[in-house]
Design a protein around this ligand. Structure first.
Ligand SMILES: CCCCCCCC/C=C\CCCCCCCC(=O)N[C@@H](COP(=O)(O)O)[C@H](O)/C=C/CCCCCCCCCCCCC
Length: 216
């Protein structure tokens, strides 16, 4: 009998980011949501100390799934169509004073995931290029401080710092990816990271073109 857990590994999840872009370089939201669901599955496997993080990601994925299942679902096929629809119809809170009108817009919700994708990219790149005795908590907090920390409150930053201390060693981390030895995991990261980088860069350009990078 097939064992779904045996086939589930981080390579499958990271390579799935390749499918997020079509030939027109549009970011397809169904694939984007599915790739994030795979990441959440990994996060959950790291222990309950990370559950406050995974709950936040899940709530954002639920917002996006809700939009995908709404009568306006066609506008939420890609990041590009979503931005055109929400910006064109003024369905996005652009500054803090209007923050509460559209708290669940697709643009602000994906922006949070988009920033986290940059954290993931830097963290996995750190794992890939670091020495065997590198501390994962340091790699993780360096990536966090360079990306998400600027957008988080003091209390969230404290909670995140505590959670980082619970991370396994680099070797265990690489083995948790379920792609073979730590050397094979490093090789896989080199192969898969460009897909994440590509999705990140296309999204970043789109958000920058529409001045959406600071949505409250
Ligand atoms: C075996 C290798 C596994 C590697 C795979 C790791 C899987 C990563 C999965 C998820 C990454 C974390 C995603 C964090 C999303 C944060 C979104 C965010 O910024 N939310 C804040 C703002 O939202 P709004 O309030 O404006 O709606 C929210 O305030 C924050 C909530 C708390 C959680 C934030 C923690 C972010 C820490 C990132 C490091 C995660 C460490 C995971 C360890 C591998």
């Amino acid at each position: 009998m097939d064992d779904p857990e045996a086939d589930f590994n981080l390579k499958v999840v990271l390579i799935s980011f390749k499918q997020c872009l079509n030939e027109k370089e549009e970011v397809l939201l169904d694939h984007y949501i599915n790739s994030w669901k795979g990441l959440v599955r990994f996060l959950n496997s790291l222990g309950a100390v990370f559950s406050f993080i995974s709950k936040d990601v899940v709530s954002k994925l639920q917002i996006m799934e809700h939009l995908r299942n709404s009568p306006q679902y066609e506008h939420y096929t890609s990041l590009q169509s979503m931005v055109a629809y929400e910006v064109g119809n003024k369905l996005v809170d652009i500054d803090r004073r209007s923050r509460s009108r559209y708290p669940n817009s697709g643009c602000r919700t994906v922006l949070r995931l988009h920033r986290a994708l940059r954290w993931l990219q830097l963290f996995l790149e750190g794992l890939r290029t670091s020495s065997e005795d590198a501390r994962t908590s340091t790699l993780c907090s360096d990536a966090y401080n360079a990306t998400l920390a600027a957008y988080h409150s003091w209390i969230v930053r404290q909670a995140v710092t505590v959670a980082f201390c619970a991370l396994p060693t680099r070797k265990v981390f690489l083995e948790t990816m379920n792609v073979g030895s730590s050397e094979q995991a490093v090789e896989m990261l080199g192969e898969a990271l460009p897909f994440i980088e590509h999705v990140y860069n296309v999204s970043q350009t789109l958000y920058a073109e529409h001045s959406l990078l600071d949505l409250p």
